[in-house]
Write a protein that binds this ligand. Sequence first.
Ligand SMILES: NC(=O)c1ccc[n+]([C@@H]2O[C@H](COP(=O)([O-])OP(=O)(O)OC[C@H]3O[C@@H](n4cnc5c(N)ncnc54)[C@H](OP(=O)(O)O)[C@@H]3O)[C@@H](O)[C@H]2O)c1
Length: 229
Amino acid sequence: MSTTTMIVGGSAGLGLAVARQRVERGDHVIVTSRCEQRADRAAQQLPGPARGVGLELTEPRSFADALSEINRIDRLVLAATERGGAALPELNVDEATRVVTAKLVGYLELTRLLRPRFSAEASVVLFGGTAKDRPEPRSTLTTVTTQAVSGMVRTLASQLAPHRVNAIHPGAVGDSPRWASTPEPPGLARTPIGRLVTTAEVVHAVEFLLTNTGINAQDLHLDGGVTIT
Ligand SMILES: NC(=O)c1ccc[n+]([C@@H]2O[C@H](COP(=O)([O-])OP(=O)(O)OC[C@H]3O[C@@H](n4cnc5c(N)ncnc54)[C@H](OP(=O)(O)O)[C@@H]3O)[C@@H](O)[C@H]2O)c1
């Protein structure tokens, strides 16, 4: 039986790149988007068996219906994020509620609902980011939610055992849609490797976390060393 990998937030950016790599290695892939048509379009552009699911992370009570046709999960990648870019003085309560609900309540509720469908070897990777340890002026919500990803890894690895749960915390990914057209992405000048990390490096690290059977309950920083500067 082929491996089934679900990538929540697999319709674009890093999640889509992970989806492509998993399809190329022979997995059956499920990609999600807020919009079912966009999820289907993303699935259709993948070079192998894939399907799309519409899932709005800010509405956790809708998940059970959205997931009703998913029977088995071998790999779960939680990559989706709502963007919120305010410094504290401009905090918008509606935006903050969306961001926190999507990343925290959303990731937890999805994992709770999918857990009974995990195969014996199933493993989970959550996306955080280096804003966790290096706040930027406008990263209030991102810093809070990426810190919380570390907490989720610990409690989930404990409660889902023997399933493995890890997080990847990328720095700004230079060739991702988020930063590709930004002249001075955050961290570029001070990254010890002299450049930003790439999408291919993120995909490689996610593959490691998903498949290395000894790594568990870890936060992997993939940032070219920017956290020491
Ligand atoms: N790119 C970077 O440099 C970078 C750096 C550090 C950390 N990260 C983290 O890596 C992950 C992926 O980032 P990315 O840059 O690849 O993001 P992206 O290109 O903006 O893609 C985000 C994905 O999340 C989905 N999504 C957004 N809001 C959603 C919602 N409310 N409900 C359900 N799905 C939703 C999007 O789907 P639709 O738009 O189709 O609905 C899309 O599939 C994120 O967790 C991000 O914080 C990225």
